[in-house]
Design a binder for this molecule. Sequence first.
Ligand code: NAD
Length: 255
Amino acid sequence: MIRLVLVGAAGRMGVAVTQALAGQDSIELKARVDVPQNRTDGPGVWSSDPGSVIAAGDVVIEFSSPEGARTIAGLCAARGAALISGSTGLAPGDEDAIREAARSVAVVRSANFSLGIAVLRRALRSALERLPTGWDIEIVERHHRGKVDSPSGTALALAKEAMAVRGLSESSLRQGRSGRLGTRPANEIGVHAVRGGTWVGDHEVLLAGDGEWLELRHVAQDRGAFAHGAITAARFAASAEPGLYNLEDVLKETR
Ligand code: NAD
């Protein structure tokens, strides 16, 4: 039986994970953690002190905030609990804390736990390896009005994928355009964040050639898409060796 601790339990993703856990064999939602003012009823013990509930052998799923991701990574390493980390908008120091934790426990880190995005990343790599380098790359993402970080972690991950294939650096990223910038440089990757309404997550990669263009697009209609991916990752991490894993590692093992 996997003992699961859910951090950020009262948030949109916390609620989606709790719902997705209903009826799952061999996973017990042991504790739900969130800030005191967001206390909600639900399965498992409620706590606003993660240090009092995370124990050796637990698996922690965290969808909270950059600060939450950093704190929980340190606690998981100290207690010997595996971690599934999904918060986005992390600063380099937060990423360092996650890498450090992965030296002693299994950590699955992804800015997007949906199966479709993992496949989109692979499709993007494949398309860029086959297309002439003259094809322009633009990424457009849409999210709900409550999202606090822009562009999305997934848009940045897609841009990194493209940078790796094209041998480009971070300086190739162009986040939005305004004013007389001149014509589009060949080695630019445009990233554009649209915010509004209740969009759960929509990522479009536009590959534009001369007289033709290609669109690779993923639409998450429901947070259940991320929740199921995170639960699959939790099952993987429960028996994985210490290390830093991504969703592709999980899918390779669980197909
Ligand atoms: P939300 O604001 O609805 O919920 C976040 C919850 O975390 C809140 O209840 C908040 O009180 C709690 N929280 C924040 N910091 C905390 C801390 N230090 N300790 C305990 N609880 C804390 O946000 P959301 O839409 O559920 O998203 C949460 C995070 O997950 C965001 O960073 C979002 O971008 C990311 N996200 C990732 C994926 C993915 O697949 N990786 C998918 C959706 C959202």
